[in-house]
Design a protein around this ligand. Structure first.
Ligand code: FES
Ligand SMILES: [Fe+2]
Length: 447
């Protein structure tokens, strides 16, 4: 039995609430095999993925009776289906006859689930309804051959799945995260689209790219004039963690004399569309009235743009609009929230350790009155065929080169700093699930 007791927080960081940059006693070493070894990926399939709550889709993807959605996670496949009784259920996507996959893709209007091979058929609650040529099997009871259920629960329209029927309740699993972001009213959002993108790297490479701000000064230099990446607090509950980043202010790394136009240009280039389509192109910085900051002006422009969409953000202050709350849900999701945005990026394993999937769910805050039921567009997007946005394009450009580097014989470990504490925390919990010794500290050359 693998011990999955949570690591002592003090063991990880010495404190649960920390500010970045974090000083570490020594770099933390993570063996590179975790990213490239088929044996390690097998271990994850055996001991991690069947036992964790993880994001599959949103309730908008399966809103009505008869809606169904296939959720894939590495070698595992789950079918989510909304029953005639309105209940959302999940089943392992496998036929009880000879093991064929029952559903592929997604759809609506289903009245039953039928295996295409020999046409065994179940109702939407997973009860075996009929099978052809039953007599040939001899005695056989329908109630023994229902689809294999999985646990399904929701938070903020996100549908979570756990293959472990004895798993703790989702509300407990999420620790302090829902309470921390309760101010944002996430239930007012609906999903408008979701994408799935195959990537040529291990799922952890994707996941870790969204688990630290250390790379802003290197990879996202255009963003540096409009983000405080230095005074960005990080928080670790137990298995989950968060980072909070202020936008519309320059990084302290640029010194004190960063003019307003430079900050404005950076914000426009990297996320100007949040203020409306006219702010996607370079333009003169607006006047900043006495007693206000550029952040106040940006926040008002975002409120004004949301108002054109029927969304009232008057109840959200400058900080709630310009600060990004980034939650890293163990093991593989990143939830990004400001008052005007809610995006979930999930890194899933692929068929080999060198392959993964980036799944993005985008949600929009609905107009307060009479929100129409939306049916999200769900598409597979090849990595080279789409524009993911200025910043995410940069993130994706590196995950493609990372996996190759990790295969070089001279690369035996990755090194992590205190600033990368959320990655370290993920590995500590991964080790518990897999039954491994913790990755070590870099030996001190003076010792
Ligand atoms: S494998 Fe599904 S009906 Fe035969
Ligand atoms: Fe990034």
């Amino acid at each position: 039995m693998v011990d999955t007791a949570p690591p002592d927080e003090a063991e990880i960081l010495g404190t649960a609430v920390t500010a970045s940059p974090l000083a570490a006693e020594a770099p933390v070493r993570i063996p590179v095999q975790r990213y490239i070894s088929a044996g390690f990926a097998d271990l994850e399939h055996e001991r991690l993925w069947p036992r964790v709550w993880h994001v599959a889709c949103t309730t908008d993807h399966v809103a009505d009776p008869g809606d169904w959605f296939e959720h894939r996670l590495g070698r595992y496949s789950v079918v989510l289906v909304r029953g005639d009784d309105g209940v959302l259920r999940g089943f392992q996507n496998v036929c009880r006859h000879r093991g064929n996959t029952i559903c592929q893709g997604s759809g609506s209007g289903a009245s039953e689930l039928r295996c295409p091979y020999h046409r065994w058929t179940w109702d939407l609650a997973g009860r075996l309804r009929e099978l052809p040529s039953r007599r040939g099997f001899g005695p056989l009871r329908n109630e023994d051959l229902g689809l294999v259920p999985v646990r399904v629960d929701t938070w903020a329209r996100l549908v979570f799945v756990n293959l472990d029927l004895d798993a703790e309740p989702l509300a407990d699993w999420l620790e302090g995260v829902p309470g921390d972001i309760a101010w944002a009213g996430l239930d007012e959002f609906r999903s408008d689209y979701s994408t799935v993108t195959p990537v040529n790297c291990n799922w952890k490479v994707v996941n870790e790219g969204f688990s630290e701000t250390y790379h802003v000064q290197g990879l996202h230099r255009e963003m540096l004039a409009s983000i405080d990446d230095v005074n960005a607090p990080q928080r670790i509950w137990n298995r989950h963690s968060a980072s909070f980043q202020a936008y519309g202010v320059p990084s302290p790394r640029l010194g004190r004399n960063v003019d307003t136009q430079t900050v404005w240009d950076s914000f426009v280039e990297t996320q100007g569309g949040r203020m409306g389509p006219e702010y996607r192109e370079p333009c003169a910085a607006p006047d900043v009235p006495d007693g206000q900051t550029l952040q106040d002006v940006i926040a008002q422009k975002i409120r004004d743009h949301q108002a054109t969409l029927g969304v009232d953000l008057s109840g959200y202050d400058t900080s709630q609009i310009t600060r990004l709350s980034q939650y890293n849900l163990f093991p593989n999701s990143t939830v990004l929230v400001s008052a005007d945005l809610f995006t979930v990026m999930t890194a899933r394993p692929g068929p080999t350790p060198d392959e993964g999937v980036l799944a993005i769910i985008n949600l929009r805050r609905m107009p307060s009155a009479g929100a129409p039921a939306s049916s999200p567009v769900h598409v597979t997007v090849p990595i080279d065929a789409a524009d993911f946005g200025f910043v995410l394009n940069q993130d994706l450009s590196v995950i493609r080169t990372m996996q190759n580097g990790l295969h070089q014989p001279g690369c035996t470990h990755v090194l992590l700093s205190g600033e990368e504490c959320r990655i370290i925390n993920m590995h500590r919990h991964l080790e518990r699930y897999l039954g491994l010794e913790p990755g070590g500290r870099e030996p001190d050359p003076a010792e």
